[in-house]
Write a protein that binds this ligand. Structure first.
Ligand code: LLP
Length: 419
């Protein structure tokens, strides 16, 4: 459920007509609904209510906007970060360092040092090499780094292959059969407080069974590690819960996920850590665009909009579906291909799809664009970096400015020898 609905025939973000924002900020523009963000944060937390000890770290990568992080901080969420930049955002939003988990397969020495200095709550180690390096840096600083070892459970998450992370062939985590010996070696290092294990098998997971299988394997590993004398107190189960992208689609939600987790982990007696991203932010945002023109073609016309793959790359990159709706629909539909202005055929948002009838100058929206939308935007074709707006009831504000091509041009120099 979200707070983007039609009132008197026109699309609103909470109480604000989308056209009001588009008129003042221009298009394309992302609009986030604070009420939707809060609702999703609460529904996810409620889904886990039966679990005695838990920590929820919002996956910042899904939407790192400062205002979004601020909302989630006020909902009691910590953060899952994968770079120093994300860490600094989470801290700037007021998330306590102790509530931040640092994930990522390529943390640099500089990032490990900065995270130690900041007092980050947990490092999710992706390899033995990283653990040794972290232990050494921490020992030099007179610290013990709280850490868990990420395991690759070799489970197929049954999602798009580009966002699957828990198969043996993926770069993430360490092989299950190597974990006990590696864990013992890392646990003996002075600079590490190795306190558990982690996994994350992929994103936009729409079937709970692969996660259940992965968690069962984590439970077996937990027992093995304890039998070897390790005091395992934390297990991080990652993120990955999918969201409905198509109107009317129903998927397992946080309550189903929570019940599955509660059943599998009933006798674990650990603090369970979660790293949800998309399930919190996905339906909390839309991308608003204006129709540049409708180009006649056979058998179907092209609707050319002013948003492009640089603003929302998911369709081009993962063949992802985003519902496309008119801001002021007439009630009539047409079949068309919706494309952006970029000079690549992959700049296609919807192929031969039945959509609301739109014409030049009309506003339209791509729904469920709050996760992996603005955060993946770029300036390809020397386009602006897309702005972001947040709505709260009757109020709205720009929460990220449009960065104009002129600003980007001003950051480039011609070397002396070319002048
Ligand atoms: N934890 C880790 C270690 C992750 O790698 C990810 C996502 C998450 C948590 C959050 O997963 P979520 O709950 O959002 O599914 N750009 C792609 C998605 C990439 C996901 C990367 N990792 C997309 O647009 O579909």
């Amino acid at each position: 459920m979200d707070h983007f609905a039609y009132q008197n025939g026109v699309l609103h973000a909470e109480n604000i007509p989308v056209a009001t924002i588009a008129g003042q900020v221009g298009t394309p523009v992302y609009i986030y609904s604070e009420a939707t963000l809060r609702r999703h944060a609460r529904v996810f937390a409620e889904g886990l209510a039966a679990l005695p000890k838990k920590h929820i770290a919002f996956a910042v990568k899904s939407n790192p906007n400062l205002a979004v992080l601020r909302v989630l901080a006020s909902e009691g969420y910590g953060a899952d970060v994968v770079s120093q930049g994300e860490m600094e955002r989470a801290l700037a939003a007021g998330m306590p360092a102790a509530d931040i988990v640092f994930s990522g397969v390529g943390k640099t020495r500089a990032e490990l040092s900065a995270a130690l200095r900041a007092g980050i709550g947990q490092f999710n180690l992706e390899s033995e090499e990283e653990g040794v390096e972290l232990a050494q840096i921490a020992a030099q600083m007179g610290l013990r780094a709280p850490a868990v070892l990420r395991v690759n459970p070799d489970v197929d998450a049954k999602t798009h292959e580009k966002i699957s992370t828990g198969k043996a062939e993926n770069k993430f985590g360490v092989a299950l059969d190597q974990t006990p010996a590696m864990y013992a070696r890392l646990a003996s290092l002075e600079g590490l407080d190795l306190r558990g294990i982690a996994c994350h098998i992929g994103s936009q997971i729409t079937d709970l069974e692969p996660s259940r299988q992965a968690f069962i394997r984590m439970g077996e590993l937990l027992a093995t590690l304890r039998a070897a004398g390790h005091a395992v107190t934390h297990v991080d189960l990652g993120g990955g819960l999918g969201v409905p992208y198509r109107m009317g689609e129903t998927l397992p939600g946080p309550a189903d996920y929570g019940a599955m987790v509660a059943a599998v982990t009933a006798d674990w007696d650990v603090t369970l850590m979660f790293e949800p991203g998309r399930v919190i932010t996905g339906n909390s945002g839309i991308l608003v665009t204006e129709v540049v023109r409708v180009k006649a073609a056979e058998p179907y016309p092209f609707v050319v909009v002013d948003a492009a793959m640089n603003d929302l790359v998911r369709p081009a990159m993962y063949d992802a579906w985003h519902d496309f709706v008119a801001v002021a629909p007439t009630g009539e539909t047409m079949t068309a291909t919706v494309v952006g202005p970029i000079c690549e055929s992959s700049d296609t948002f919807a192929k031969r799809r039945e959509i609301d009838v739109v014409k030049q100058g009309d506003l339209a929206a791509f729904r469920t664009a709050g996760a992996y939308g603005a955060t993946m935007a770029n300036t390809y074709n020397s386009r602006a970096l897309v702005p972001e707006v947040m709505v709260n009831g009757d109020q709205w504000a720009i929460v990220a400015n449009r960065i104009e091509p002129a600003t980007i041009l001003a950051a480039e120099q011609v070397p002396d020898w070319l002048k």
